[in-house]
Structures are given as C-alpha cells and as structure tokens.
Write a protein that binds this ligand. Structure first.
Ligand code: TPP
Ligand code: MG
Length: 323
C-alpha cells in the first residue's frame, strides 16, 4: 500500500511517536525488573510491534472495545490504560489494574474499553464475537478490535469466530500481528499459505495485508475502516517482528542474532517514524532525544512507586469470585 506521509498532521505524528516510545520504554522497564526477580510469572514483551497497537487504537474511541493476548501491554497502553496501575499489576500489587491478581497477561480496564489480555492463545476470539453481537443487538455504533498473533490463527476458535463474524456481519476488526513466530515455531513450519489475510476471503470477509512497522500505513488503513458507512467485519494482517524473546525464559535458539539485528536496524517502527519527524516535519534530533528522556523518566518514576505498593492481602482472595 502506498501511503502519503501528509495524511498525518505534525501534532498527530508527534503524538504517535510519544505513544510508541511509551510502549517501548514500558516494556524495557518491565524487562529490567523481570530480570531482577520483581515480576511473578512470565512476561511477553511487545518491542518491535508498537506501530500496530498505536496506529489501530489511536483511531478508536474510548467506547470501542479492544481484546488482546498474552502480549497485551502495548495494546493496553495504546487504548489509554494508565501505566502506573499496569506496572503495579505486573508486580502483583494491590494498586494494579486487577488488584494484583491477574499479572502481566491479564491487564484489563473496562472503563477505557480495554477488555483485557488472555493467556489462552485464541481465547479472546469468541469473547470478541459476543461483544460485537451485543453491540449490534443494542444498535450501538461501537467497534470491537480483537488482536491476536499469527500462531493463534491456527486455533479452531479463530475459524469459528471468522465464520460467525462474517455470517452475522458483526462490527469487528481482527488484527493479526504476524511477527513470523509462535514461540519457537517459524510461520513456514505452521502453515502452507503464509499470507494470513487470504484466510478472510474464505469466510466472505475483507482481508488486508499491511506493513505493521509503518505507522503511516497502519493509521491510513484504520482511517479508511472507521469511516465506512457500514461496519462489516474485516481482517487485517499486520506484518511485523518481535525484537525480544517470546517470553522471559526464551533462549532464542530458533533464530539468529543477524536476523534479529536486521529487523532492528532496518525495520524499527519507532526509528522509521523518527526519520520522518526529522525529514518531513522539521523536528530536530535534540527534540526527539528530549522526548525520549522525558518519557523514560516518568515511566521509571511510576515503576518505582508501583514497586513500593503493598501486595493484596488474604482478605482479597475471594474478590471477584462469583461461584
Ligand atoms: C491454547 C494455548 N495453546 C498453547 C499455549 C502456549 N503458548 C503461549 S504463547 C504461544 C504462541 C503464540 O503465538 P502467536 O499467536 O503468533 O503470538 P505471539 O506470541 O507471536 O505474539 C503458545 C503456543 C497457550 N497459551 N494457549
Ligand atoms: Mg507470532
């Protein structure tokens, strides 16, 4: 897809850059404390994929609903969830988005339309369908966006949900972040047709394949989708790459350092936008550096504050348990 850089106002481009930095540094700080043993359970970091969450969610309203996966921090931040309670949740603190009992994979904030992550691969597709059906039955005009990985599209729930979404013409956008691996399995060992957007066609749904590391392309795609007359279901395959291991325990023996460095050097979505901010929007290196420092510093302060918060006491054990 050919994309005009001028589709973005300067203030919007700066806002996108800020958002992507926030996601990147949030993950770096989580990684740091994870290695210090401050995180219970594992984490799945979003580094390298920031343009997708940003370009998709910045085009949504608060009342639109987002569902995510085990790799959910970036989606939550992009949907407007506050980072301090996210840190607290990941550190298992009472001040966390879920009172410290969900952890990294289960960030949720329903007031901001972030329904939540899900540790079950493919687990959120049917939930998204239910929400989209409810919206349709109530005659509201909100959208549901369901993020997933490439690996999740081999789960039965994906195909069942695509079928129903198309049949019932639900207001839902499936965003497949094709980072080319599901844990240690490269996509070519998992499916014979690696173009995932083609999967939409068989269900009678529009399928788009975009460069997920180009914020302009992601944004333009969403602009076209939110301005349609009728919100029929769509599948977006956003091609991307994850810069860090699958999770904390990943030794990354299934890919080479050269491959990872190639993506970091040539396809970093944040550096791509930074280049345009300088060339097309007249920003200076110093201005970008200052933004980086400010974003990092404020996140570091929040993380330290969250680390010092109390853990949930025993009296919280049955909170939210309904049966
Ligand atoms: C139903 C189910 N099967 C297996 C797992 C273990 N698992 C966790 S993440 C993952 C890979 C998911 O790959 P993908 O959907 O491409 O997402 P990515 O991790 O690349 O973001 C697997 C197999 C799980 N959590 N749930
Ligand atoms: Mg994947």
């Amino acid at each position: 897809m050919l994309v005009e850089k001028s589709v973005l106002q300067k203030s919007q481009a700066i806002n996108f850059y800020h958002q992507m930095l926030k996601i990147r540094f949030f993950e770096d700080i989580v990684d740091f404390y994870n290695r210090q043993g401050k995180v219970h359970g594992t984490t799945h970091l979003y580094n390298g994929q920031e343009a997708i969450a940003t370009g998709i969610c910045q085009n949504l309203n608060q009342s639109d609903l987002v569902l995510s996966t085990h790799r959910n921090h970036g989606h939550a931040i992009a949907k407007g969830v506050e980072t301090y309670p996210m840190f607290a949740e990941i550190f298992g603190k009472i001040t966390g988005t879920n009172g410290g009992r969900g952890g990294s994979m289960h960030i949720a904030d329903h007031q901001r339309g972030f329904i939540g992550g899900n540790g079950i691969v493919g687990g959120n597709f049917p939930v998204a369908i239910g929400l989209a059906q409810a919206i349709k039955m109530q005659g509201e005009n909100h959208l549901v966006v369901c993020f997933s990985g490439d690996g999740a599209t081999n789960e039965g729930t994906f195909h069942e949900s695509m079928n129903i979404a198309a049949l019932w013409q639900l207001p839902i956008i499936f965003v497949i972040e094709n980072n080319q691996y599901a844990m240690s399995s490269p996509i070519e060992k998992m499916m014979s047709v690696p173009n995932l957007s083609l999967r939409a066609k068989n269900y009678g749904m529009t399928g788009l394949r975009i460069n997920g590391n180009d914020i302009f392309e992601v944004h333009q795609t969403m602009q076209a989708l939110i301005h349609r007359e009728v919100m029929s279901p769509v599948l977006i395959e956003a091609q991307t790459y994850r810069f860090k291991g699958h999770s904390r325990s990943d030794k990354e023996v299934y890919r080479t350092t050269e491959e990872v460095n190639f993506w970091k050097d040539y396809y970093d979505p944040i550096e791509h936008l930074a280049d345009h901010l300088i060339q097309d929007y007249g920003m200076t290196q110093n201005q970008l550096l200052k933004m980086k420092q400010d974003v990092r510093k404020s996140l570091e302060t929040e993380a330290i504050r969250a680390l010092n918060d109390p853990e949930p006491g025993i009296e919280n054990l049955l909170r939210g348990v309904y049966a």
